[in-house]
Design a protein around this ligand. Structure first.
Ligand code: C5P
Length: 235
């Protein structure tokens, strides 16, 4: 199973993003996460451009709509030659199945499809009081992960601290993509439940998503290499 470090390119514009990626010229091309902000600002061309430069891409658009709309939207995204994308598990098993159908190319291949369970910004209190979901947040995460697996998805985004719980429920092959990564000697920023790249490896994360510890580092290439070294034990 491929394990890797994904850099969250949370930049507002094409220029800032490409300037950042220029720093990696001549070294290993990092797996890059493109989120809503950049995609809505720059459109599919930014995905094509980053792909053309040789980076694997996680397109983090978190689709959540009726199954027919998700199927058709995923068909469009599958034409972008991305490597990973995602949907909200809250859209139901039927919606996730439609996403798999839409994403699958004529030759049967498709990018990895990952589910968002509960956003880490949603507290158990809010989930229960505003969304009227009576279960615990951990039970919800496990159930949504099991639904994603049943729908044929490849894994879930979760906090590193939830990865073992998800693996226990869904099997070792079911992927865990884990943000909330910080170096041992760094600030947490706005992340609450954080862990180091080394600890994420021990816990069994398959992909770590790292944003500011790399993008805001004085030497982003060195910070990326440190992630590789800690998480993959190789540069
Ligand atoms: O800068 P930082 O390392 O905190 O960035 C983490 C990235 O992972 C951001 O793009 C953030 O939106 C994303 N993310 C997260 N927590 C989740 C899902 C996604 O931090 N539960």
């Amino acid at each position: 199973m491929a394990k890797d470090v994904i850099i969250a390119c949370d930049f507002a514009s094409r220029q800032q993003t490409l300037d950042f990626l220029d720093r990696f010229e001549g070294s290993r091309k990092p797996f890059v996460k493109i989120g809503m902000e950049l995609f809505y600002a720059e459109g599919p061309d930014i995905v094509r451009e980053i792909k053309r430069r040789g980076h694997p891409i996680f397109l983090d658009l978190k689709l959540h709509d009726i199954p027919n709309t998700v199927r058709k939207s995923m068909k469009v995204l599958s034409g972008l030659d991305i490597d990973m994308c995602n949907v909200h598990a809250a859209g139901t098993i039927e919606m996730m199945r439609a996403a798999v159908e839409g994403l699958t190319r004529e030759d049967g291949t498709r990018p990895l499809l990952i589910a968002v369970t509960q956003l880490t910004s949603t507290s158990e209190e809010r989930m229960q009081q505003e969304l009227l979901i009576g279960a615990s947040i951990n039970d919800t995460i496990v159930k949504y992960a099991q639904n994603a697996r049943e729908a044929g998805l490849d894994g879930v985004v979760c906090s590193p601290l939830e990865a073992a719980m998800v693996k226990n429920a869904c099997g070792p092959e079911f992927l865990t993509i884990t943000p909330g990564i910080r170096f041992a000697d760094a600030a947490a920023d706005d992340q609450v439940r954080i862990t180091t790249p080394a600890r994420a490896r021990e816990i069994g994360s398959d992909y770590i998503v790292v944003g500011r510890p790399v993008t805001a580092a004085p030497d982003p290439v060195a910070a990326y290499r440190r992630c590789l070294l800690e998480f993959l034990q190789q540069e």
